[in-house]
Design a protein around this ligand. Sequence first.
Ligand SMILES: [Zn+2]
Length: 291
Amino acid sequence: MRQDRNQQTISKSTSVQGFGLFTNADVTVTFLPAEENTGIVFERVDLPGHPQIPADIDYIAAEERRTKLVNGSASVEMIEHVMAALAGLQIDNCRIQVNSSELPGCDGSSLPYVVALIEGQPVSQSARRKTIVINKESAIEQGEAVVSIAPYFSGLRISYDLNYGSESCIPPQLADFTITPEAFVTKIAPARTFVLEREIEYLRRQGYGEKVTTADLLVYGESGPIGNSLRAHNECARHKLLDCLGDLALCGCDVQGHIRAFRSGHRHNHQLARQLKQMIRTDRKQNERAA
Ligand SMILES: [Zn+2]
């Protein structure tokens, strides 16, 4: 464990409004400053007693296609794009009030959250942010999906290799970035969620995504995105990288290492975040023994 930089919060409250892509419910997200070492904490202000849900891998719930946290009877889902925005901007302490269970999908990217958080004026705090340094390679494999993490000389690098095969209307593509606030804001945050046309039809039959249009996210038909154009040739791979960054932030530390991901999704990211959290716990125990 190393300490490279000071923790950050925001100076003033800022909010984002929209609707949940799955639940269709209108929702307001308000970001508030928080003391050092608070971490990221969601607060359901629409429920009695305003229950809090820490953005921590220990609170993860199994959910397809998105990341959901549960604490007792309170839950919050679709948090990954907000978590990516906070991680990308290195905002470590923040209270996030929400008045519905699902965060707004906005344009399917992290950009609206980045804009709001920059308006909140990130500010340095006096406590140091911990970094977990990866010193040996490990991998999570499930069928064709692989996520590995290996030592890296500086910061966090994520390489996402997207390949759904030659039959897919989404062509093979790679996104590979060392994560800095600048790279995040300009190259990663704007990358939008994508879905296949037949998947969205299936979701709609189940009552999900009624309000979603092809302008809200990338809907892929046989010949590419419908009614929309790409923000980058590898926008889909960049978005998978964004999801990975947001999910990994649930380990509560900065990570120095190189993540290579192939055909992986939230489930694999969560497993990796769990593994990192375990490393942090082991490290802390060793430090306590040494002290
Ligand atoms: Zn996503």
